[in-house]
Design a binder for this molecule. Structure first.
Ligand code: TXA
Ligand code: MG
Length: 316
């Protein structure tokens, strides 16, 4: 198992040696390595069992940090970075050649994120390189929102988990690109569509999966627990699956079912987002065969939650 601790100097030292450290962010835990070091980046792909065609995003301490690795930053991107960084927003920008091909899977854009978490901010400020960090889970599985989630799955493959407690947002960053100067959401996430549109007006949404997705997070099946997930009307689903061993994942309603997880008894969307991945992990461990889930209202982070539920159920 990996050591879990709050020692930033230790995390820094391990990263400087070219090894990996799991880092806390406000969205999910990341599996971090030196983005400019090919051997570190290769380790990230290996530990996650992630295909090399799936690009990594890099983490920087501030906007000046982003300018070192990207050029031709569009006005709307700058506006978003000014308003929402540090925060749950990843921007796709034209990359400078200092970023290795392996990081971007050969794409000419690089995803850049400035996370809002005190420990990781301090760490990034001490490092002379950006951190490549995908979510710290095996490829295709549910992202981790607690240090223990990381330890459960990657604990025998990494040395250190920087303990920043529970992630406060609980769902990955929103990814926005600016091809032809049209702000486009490629992944729904912890920054709501409403907040983005308030800042820069209309944004396009292109999160649907295709045979050749721009972001593999757009793949039909992703963020998925091992158990089968079905999303729909819980009452109807319970009737249809009356002979199976079922668990329920609900927004706020208590069905008094033997196995269930209520995302937010008070119907708070932010609390629901915070609990979503813990819920999927806990349900996955229960002695059941199928998880019956319901969509949440499409407000605020509700769109991102529903996006993850669809992918967890591989409904595409
Ligand atoms: O909240 C987050 O973004 C977390 C924390 C750790 O920062 N990170 C995260 O990384 O979710 P990852 O690798 O699990 O998801 C990033 C997504 C992937 O689906 C990847 O395909 C996409 O971003 N991506 C990265 N670079 C891209 C690029 N240049 N163009 C399009 N998609 C890109
Ligand atoms: Mg991921």
């Amino acid at each position: 198992m990996a050591e879990i601790g709050k020692d930033i100097e230790k995390a820094k030292w391990i990263l400087e040696q070219g090894d990996l450290v799991a880092i806390p962010t406000e969205t999910v835990y990341g599996l971090a390595g030196n983005a400019l070091n090919l051997s570190s980046v290769t380790k990230i792909f290996d530990v996650k069992n992630r295909p090399h065609f799936d690009p990594l995003i890099i983490h920087v301490p501030d906007i000046d940090g982003a300018e070192v690795y990207a050029e031709g930053v569009p006005t709307s991107a700058r506006k978003l970075m000014n308003q929402f960084w540090p925060g749950p927003l990843t921007v796709l920008l034209k990359r400078k050649s200092i970023i290795p091909d392996l990081v971007t899977s050969g794409l000419d854009t690089v995803g850049i994120r400035c996370p809002k978490h005190d420990l990781t901010q301090q760490l990034l400020k001490k490092l002379p390189f950006p951190l490549a960090a995908p979510s710290a889970n095996p490829f295709g599985y549910v992202s981790p929102t607690k240090p223990e989630h990381v330890n459960d799955q990657l604990g025998d493959k990494i040395k250190y988990i920087l303990d920043g407690g529970d992630c406060t947002i609980g769902i990955e960053s929103t990814i926005v690109g600016f091809e032809s100067d049209l702000p486009t959401i490629y992944r729904m996430g912890g920054l709501s569509v409403e907040s983005l549109e308030q800042a820069i007006g209309k944004v396009y949404i292109q999160t649907h999966s295709s045979s050749n997705p721009k972001a593999p997070g757009q793949l039909k099946s992703h963020y998925a627990p091992l158990k089968k997930v079905i999303v729909g009307n819980i009452e109807e689903l319970l009737q249809q699956h009356s002979t199976s061993r079922t668990a329920l994942l609900t927004f706020s309603k208590d069905f008094r079912h033997s196995y269930q997880f209520i995302l937010s008894p008070s119907a708070s969307m932010n609390e629901a987002a915070q609990n979503l991945f813990t819920a999927l992990r806990e349900l996955d461990k229960m002695p059941i065969d199928v998880i019956l889930a319901e969509f949440v209202p499409e407000l605020g982070l509700g769109k991102a939650i529903n996006d993850r539920l669809i992918r967890a159920a591989a409904l595409g």
